[in-house]
Design a protein around this ligand. Structure first.
Ligand SMILES: Cc1cc2nc3c(=O)[nH]c(=O)nc-3n(C[C@H](O)[C@H](O)[C@H](O)COP(=O)(O)OP(=O)(O)OC[C@H]3O[C@@H](n4cnc5c(N)ncnc54)[C@H](O)[C@@H]3O)c2cc1C
Ligand code: FES
Length: 348
């Protein structure tokens, strides 16, 4: 049985087929909503059910509380309709027209850049290109039908190879394969581009703060390279700051890159932050939690946009503290949360 959904405020109409979630139907019909993990963990797809009833699906308690359900909220990545619906969400026009494709690719290069991080370069078939927005991710399709999400670290203007920054998660089905068995010329399949973590339009006087933890640097690298590519040698008032939080110095696996941007672009500042520096690191820079470094440097985030990416605990703390204590608008916080992607559903 299919149901009809009206999206407010756009008044777009969507048909949801049996077994589909609201987000799956929206993506299939070419409408884009904010979303990240697609498995009920990150909360980015939360929106309001104005009329009608839904089955809420499997999700973490934290990303949708019972109080929120009582107030009419649902996670569109796991909710499926039980009646016709009217829902409320901010549609995203930037991804409209970008086709989500399933493609084969070949491993072109494997570079172990840090003890726990592998940079993977993937080559598409000669007649294929992947159109994407800087900051989006792809799902690697495993042979057993499972999916693993990884952000694209290259920029859309530099798309000869797709670049992924893969952290080694002990016991991880895909990442252990990457670190122990993967070889150049291995074939993979993936679906993408996915997600809504990309740069929004901003007036030039809006400060842009990027907050990365660990391999959360990957999509931010893509966005920054694209900004600098478009900026060229032009002067701009837009102040951009990158805070990159890791445990020890060796985890700052592309610090040279970020430092070279700082030398080249006067509107860009790079602030690396170590949470547990080793004595042998001889670290003279910032220490502590990366989002707290932002709070020490900015009295107010009222005129800023924040893009946070990486470990769930970091993104959650940043969202909470910036909105409650630093005057950041909820609409100015964008994130991709690196949750385990064990149960990601397919994208049609
Ligand atoms: C939108 C999105 C983008 C992502 N982009 C990247 C990226 O660019 N680089 C990157 O390194 N990771 C990224 N991730 C995280 C990555 O998809 C997951 O960590 C993935 O589950 C790893 O696959 P695996 O098969 O190795 O581990 P799994 O088989 O899924 O998990 C195996 C074990 O490792 C643990 N584990 C797996 N992932 C994590 C995690 N993130 N945190 C804590 N414990 C974990 C699990 O709990 C489990 O015990 C992204 C996740 C999302 C949702
Ligand atoms: S909870 Fe729905 S996209 Fe993450």
């Amino acid at each position: 049985m299919s149901y009809r959904i009206i999206i407010k405020p756009s008044e777009h109409v969507l048909q949801v087929e049996t077994g589909e979630t609201i987000l799956e139907a929206a993506l299939r019909e070419g409408f884009s909503m904010p979303y990240g993990c697609r498995n009920g963990s990150c909360g980015i797809c939360k929106g309001k059910i104005v009329e009608g009833t839904v089955h809420y699906g499997n999700h973490s308690e934290e990303s949708l509380t019972d109080i929120e359900k009582r107030n009419g909220y649902a996670l569109f990545c796991c909710a499926s309709p039980l009646s016709d619906l009217v829902i409320e969400c901010h549609e995203i026009s930037a991804t409209k027209g970008i086709e989500i494709k399933t493609l084969p690719c070949r491993v072109q290069k494997l570079e172990r850049i840090a003890p726990d991080v592998m940079i993977l370069s993937l080559k598409l078939p000669a007649n294929q290109r992947l159109q994407f927005l800087a900051g989006q991710y792809i799902d690697i399709l495993l042979k057993d039908g499972k999916r693993r999400s990884f952000s694209l670290a290259n920029s859309p203007h530099d798309d000869e190879f797709l670049q992924l920054h893969v952290r080694n998660y002990p016991g991880g089905a895909f990442t252990e394969y990457v670190f122990n068995n993967m070889k150049v010329k291995d074939m993979l399949r993936f679906t993408g581009p996915l997600g809504s973590f990309f740069l929004r339009d901003t007036p030039e006087d809006t400060g842009v703060i990027f907050l990365a933890s660990g391999t959360g640097f990957a999509p931010i690298k893509s966005i920054l390279e694209h900004i600098f590519y478009q900026q060229g040698t032009r002067d701009t008032k837009r102040k951009i700051t990158l805070y990159w939080g890791v445990r020890v110095k060796a985890d700052l696996y592309l610090a040279d890159f970020a430092e070279s941007w700082q030398n080249q672009y006067s509107n860009f500042t790079f602030i690396p932050v170590l949470s547990e520096p080793l004595e042998s690191d001889n670290w003279k820079g910032r220490t502590g939690l990366v989002h707290e470094a932002v709070m020490q440097d900015f009295q107010s985030l009222e005129k800023c946009q924040v893009y946070a990416c990486g470990a769930p605990v970091m993104v959650k703390a940043a969202y909470h503290d910036f909105i409650n204590f630093q005057h950041l608008s909820k609409n100015a916080f964008f994130s991709d949360v690196f949750t385990p992607s064990t149960s990601n559903p397919p994208v049609s």
